[in-house]
Design a protein around this ligand. Structure first.
Ligand code: FMN
Ligand code: SF4
Length: 454
């Protein structure tokens, strides 16, 4: 069953009443928060670890482990919810913010108890005016009832939550850029380490988590980590939200099981391809993630499965010496932020890549040279290929530039431009070459350049 039978984060989607705190409570809301404020913080953290909850913001990092990095003796710890959601193709967090703001607030109360946080922030994408109004109204209701502020729910816990609105820069979704912006500075990423959990907002230990990640915390506190873990796979608990867009019959936001494959997403969840056309490519987790071919879709769209390739079998001949039995290419993509972009057979892949690269170049903060200069060159070369002005050697040039960016920048925006480039070039190479006039002369050396693709 691809659609999750137990809906953890989307149960109240489409219910306009749920924004109201009384209706939210009637449907079981704030039970977890009441329980959490009387629990030992360490016990909540243990339950989150046991839940196998993994971050839904992009990297899929285990939440319990991240929380464990916060020094135990810290006098001040901050929680920051990343609600900047700007990755093209990703539009799931805004559904939680708009339809179920109290679920997020309740999750923040639970997380704050575990982390001994007294001041928490929601860093919200500036363009989300509608969501901002809804979440602010929900916060006001929670304050009025004594669920936020001093001695919440009559316990010994104080908690204030403040919304901070960004000004529309995609880079401010990167956690260290977000913290710089929240401090009032320019949204520039910082080198890691130190990681925010050790030195974050105003130099204090700070946990940055995605909206969906935190929205799961109430369920974990109420039902236990084990119950949450059981919904998922061995290393990834719970369900996940996918925002699906592109050439499917029913695009939208869906809560699915971790076991759901890409093909099931298209065929069963989204009603098939629009107009019965054939699928040409699917980006599984926001446009920074490498694209998948039609024959790579029978893989669960979850964190581990998308990174490995079942068809490649590695055996260890001697300790440390691996032998590849062959059998196919590796998928080497990621589940990312859950933004699924489906492209049908009519899609011009050269134009799709150009459009993606245009976005990353536009959003580069300009701090490091490979990203600032490299993304500019990627766009220029991709554009001339896409519009029929490509030159001999341009495919190799694109791959070369991408390889020069990947792994050589302060933050992952550089990789976010390089990875899709290398994947598009590897998987749709003939289409790129065919767009270059007298392309036959331009193919030498491309294979070598693509060797180090992600
Ligand atoms: C360029 C860039 C943009 C990002 N944008 C977002 C975003 O909009 N929302 C988000 O939750 N994480 C985003 N991330 C990931 C965050 O840096 C961070 O890993 C995440 O918020 C951690 O939360 P999680 O552990 O709950 O996933 C972005 C990362 C990069 C490199
Ligand atoms: S990789 Fe790009 S966005 Fe990230 S710090 Fe460097 S220039 Fe800025």
């Amino acid at each position: 069953m691809p659609i999750a039978e137990t809906k953890i984060v989307s149960a109240r989607f489409d219910d306009p009443e749920a924004k109201n705190i009384d209706a939210y409570e009637k449907s079981g809301g704030y039970r977890a928060a009441r329980k959490a404020v009387r629990m030992d913080p360490a016990e909540i953290a243990e339950q989150v670890k046991a839940s196998n909850l993994r971050g839904r913001g992009g990297a899929g990092f285990p939440t319990g482990i991240k929380w464990g990095f916060v020094p135990k003796d810290a006098d001040t710890v901050y929680l920051v919810v990343n609600a900047d959601e700007s990755e093209p193709g990703t539009f799931k967090d805004r559904h939680i913010l708009y339809w179920d703001p109290h679920l997020l607030i309740e999750g923040m109360i639970c997380a704050s108890r575990a982390l001994r946080v007294r001041n928490a922030y929601i860093y919200m994408r500036g363009e989300m005016m509608r969501e901002y109004k809804v979440v602010q109204a929900a916060l006001d209701q929670a304050y009025a009832k004594g669920y936020l502020g001093k001695r919440i729910f009559g316990s010994d816990m104080d908690l204030d939550i403040t919304i901070y609105r960004g000004a529309g820069a995609y880079i401010c979704g990167e956690e260290t850029a977000l913290l710089s912006s929240l401090e009032g500075g320019r949204g520039w990423p910082r080198l890691k380490p130190p990681f925010p959990a050790v030195k974050g907002l105003f130099g204090k230990p700070t946990v940055v988590n995605n909206v969906e990640t935190i929205a799961n915390c109430g369920f974990i506190v109420e039902h236990g980590g084990k119950a949450f873990a059981e919904f998922g796979t061995e290393r990834s608990g719970g369900t996940r939200l996918l925002s699906v867009c592109g050439h499917v019959e029913k695009p939208g936001v869906y809560e699915v099981t971790m076991q759901t494959t890409g093909r099931e997403v298209i065929e069963e969840v989204c009603g098939g391809m629009r107009g019965g056309r054939k699928v040409k490519g699917v980006i599984p987790g926001g446009v920074s993630m490498p694209v998948l071919l039609p024959d790579e879709l029978d893989v669960p769209f979850e964190f581990d499965a998308l990174q490995r390739d079942e068809r490649i079998r590695e055996v260890e001949v001697h300790p440390g010496q691996k032998f590849d039995l062959g059998g196919g290419r590796t998928l080497r993509t990621m589940a990312g932020s859950g933004g699924v972009v489906v492209m049908d057979e009519t899609t011009d892949m050269t134009k799709a890549l150009w459009r993606i690269l245009h976005f990353f170049h536009d959003e580069s903060c300009g701090q490091c040279t490979p990203c600032r200069e490299g993304t500019g060159w990627l766009v220029a070369v991709a554009k001339r290929i896409a519009f029929g002005d490509g030159r001999p050697g341009d495919v190799e040039l694109l791959a070369d530039i991408a390889n020069g960016i990947a792994g050589n920048t302060i933050c992952a925006l550089g990789d976010a431009a390089a990875w899709p480039t290398l994947a598009f070039l590897t998987k749709y190479r003939d289409e790129f070459v065919a767009k270059i006039p007298r392309a036959a002369r331009a193919v030498t050396g491309a294979a070598a350049a693509l060797e180090t693709s992600p």
